[in-house]
Design a protein. Structure first.
Length: 223
């Protein structure tokens, strides 16, 4: 077990223990997890526990690694069972045509779908596990006025199992954390156009990984 995962698990138990202790004498007033059939919620995922990875469509190339904050929704099609979908998009640029010797721009897009199975609630906390598949694509354009232009593009695919929790600190709103264990693969290509020359395209080395592929924190808002 990695040190990061150990820290995550320990933090989860500490947070849960503190929350449960604070409400132990007033259980009737606790916010309850909303996991009944037909309920729905917006989801907002952020990096924090680790790099977002394919959970947030971390598109990598030779020049940049752009984490994409994801947002979406989940719908409980049965008690304690939810379908979810996430979308992410990001773009960034630097430099200019007239002033800087370098100019770069990057874009990234991703989509993920999954299912959650919530277990017995612990006071205001709803632990869950599930599975998810995700796909992302990204590109980067770097121009060096004295050398030429380099364009890279790539795709990423992931599939895995996940585990996490939602803590309802008030009615209908929860915060939580999640880790994913699974398989990820990435591939891409690079096109270089020297100043005054013709373009040449080469395939970049592909990469695969089996292990903890992502970690995130999230906010859940029911509607």
């Amino acid at each position: 077990m990695s040190r990061t995962l150990i820290k995550f698990v320990v933090s989860l138990f500490v947070i849960t223990a503190l929350v449960n202790a604070s409400y132990a004498q007033d259980e009737a007033n606790m916010p309850r997890p909303n996991t009944k059939a037909g309920s729905a919620a917006w989801m907002f995922e952020f990096g924090g526990l680790a790099t977002m990875g394919l959970n947030g469509f971390n598109i990598e190339n030779n020049f940049s690694s752009m984490p994409v904050v994801a947002a979406g929704w989940k719908w409980y099609f049965a008690d304690d069972m939810a379908l979810r979908a996430l979308l992410g998009f990001a773009t960034a640029s630097s430099g200019s045509d007239s002033l800087a010797p370098f100019k770069s721009s990057s874009t990234a897009f991703g989509i993920a779908v999954g299912v959650e199975l919530h277990t017995h609630a612990v006071y205001s906390t709803s632990p869950y596990f599930g599975a998810q598949i995700s796909f992302g694509t990204g590109s980067n354009d770097l121009t060096n006025k004295s050398v030429g232009e380099t364009k890279t593009s790539g795709t990423a695919f992931g599939i895995g199992v996940l585990a996490g929790f939602d803590w309802y600190f008030t009615r209908g709103i929860a915060v939580g954390g999640e880790y994913m264990l699974g398989f990820t693969t990435k591939s891409g290509s690079t096109t270089f156009t020297p100043k005054g020359g013709s373009a040449t395209t080469t395939d970049d080395p592909s990469a695969t990984n089996l292990g903890i592929s992502s970690g995130s924190v999230h906010v859940i808002v029911h509607f």
